[in-house]
Design a protein around this ligand. Sequence first.
Ligand code: SF4
Length: 323
Amino acid sequence: MNQTSNALPVTKIRVGVSACLLGAKVRFDGGHKRNRYVDEVLRDYFEFVPFCPEVAVGLGTPRQPIRLVGTKDAPRVVGTRDPQLDVTDDLHNYGRTVAQQHTDLCGMIVKQGSPSCGLERVKVYSDQGMPYASSRGAFTSALMQSQPLLPVEEEGRLQDPVLRENFIARVFTYARWRELERQGLSKAGLIDFHARHKLIILAHSPAGYRELGRLVARVGSEPLAPLGQQYIERLMQLLAERAPRKRHANVMQHLLGYLRRHLDAGDRAELLDTIEAYRNGEYPLVVPLSLLRHHFRRNPHAWVSQQVYLQPHPRELMLHNAV
Ligand code: SF4
């Protein structure tokens, strides 16, 4: 993945996807569940790698439906009509195989509700045939255990603007990290990566910001590879937390500090006003961020210009317009 100076990739990011979401007729009934946002909008930025775990383990299409049965923590995946059909181990093995063979994936979009692909709230049935709990699909569960840093989201949850923005920002961040690893992790590379992500980390967690700052300060006095691993594990955890309006507003006020000498009283008041309106829920994030970008274009600042925070994903995706 090559990168432009503002840290956005110029080549598509490889992202796994449940094949039925791209329109492949692989569902148990021979149909598909094409998702237009995934297939039309995200396709411009992601190179999708489709997977259908149920076809991959030999169930064929069409096939009898399967479902989760048993305990919430370790459900079995069995046939709805024929409970003797048990594909739990096959689906787990396939999830692990995909994780081992596709280490270049930077994200995964899965079909909600599926006993194989679902991320959460997949129905678990009792032995008497009643849904009584929920769990995760068997394939996705094994994949996530084998690749715990991989951002994973369901197509249904992508309709929520906050979850959508969060997921896509994590995919782009993980892709930048993978590119850094591909080039060979160096002390300077890790320090620079952290420097560029400081404000986005701060928006998610001030405590995490301090924690990662302390971790990066150990570069040079500890072995680099385990330090880098600790860094990316913690970073991906922090970014998975929601960044509330209050923290975004604080970060933008912090940015305003870099402009103080350049703005007249009117511009400063307008910017402050816009940030406060965002904090109070009157504007989406795109409004104060656009104004900040405008002022930084006219008054460039070296450190600010490298901040991923100002453009964590392509502007054309308009992900800041509804959060
Ligand atoms: S939800 Fe998963 S297993 Fe089911 S059809 Fe789609 S890709 Fe295949």
